[in-house]
Design a protein around this ligand. Structure first.
Ligand SMILES: Nc1nc2c([nH]c(=O)n2[C@@H]2O[C@H](COP(=O)(O)OP(=O)(O)OP(=O)(O)O)[C@@H](O)[C@H]2O)c(=O)[nH]1
Length: 133
């Protein structure tokens, strides 16, 4: 199952993270916002759609830079998921969480210290290895 996620970066280098609602899988953990790619959908278009639904802001697909990806193991211990992470520094509209989870802006040390689901830990490592602040 392909999933897309966004590292939205403010001009001060802080990254937006979303806290998953408690009733969901990985509830209470902080993730890069995003969601599932639908069948036949381009991942970039899926991410623009998910960010609009989740945060009520617009992203220009041409502003999304691939950062890396993380996947679950093949032993069946976790659902078969691959998350593609993109970075972006521009958006339009007022950021608001639409699905009940908290959002916040964090610097590199804070993102690394947040409690995150396993794949988001790997994605954060890739993000800051590529563009450290
Ligand atoms: N961000 C993240 N998602 C993960 C990890 N491992 C894993 O199985 N997932 C799953 O990947 C999917 C991410 O899609 P999503 O963000 O749209 O999920 P959701 O729960 O909000 O939507 P849903 O209610 O349709 O399942 C979820 O089913 C989530 O449980 C992980 O390490 N990080």
């Amino acid at each position: 199952m392909p999933v897309v996620a966004l590292a939205l970066r403010a001009s001060n280098g802080r990254v937006l993270m979303h806290r998953r609602p408690f009733e969901k899988a990985h509830g209470g953990l902080w993730e890069f916002p995003g969601g599932k790619v639908e069948a036949g959908e381009h991942p970039v278009i899926a991410l623009v759609r998910e960010i609009s639904e989740e945060l009520a802001v617009g992203i220009d697909p041409s502003h999304l830079e691939p950062v890396g990806f993380a996947q679950t193991t093949v032993d069946g211990a976790a659902p078969p998921i691959v998350i593609l992470l993109y970075a972006c520094t521009a958006w339009t509209g007022e950021l608001t969480s639409q699905e009940g989870g908290a959002i916040g802006w964090f610097d590199e040390a804070e993102v690394k210290a947040l409690d995150k689901p396993p794949l988001d830990i790997m994605l954060a490592d890739q993000l800051f290895a590529k563009s450290p602040r």
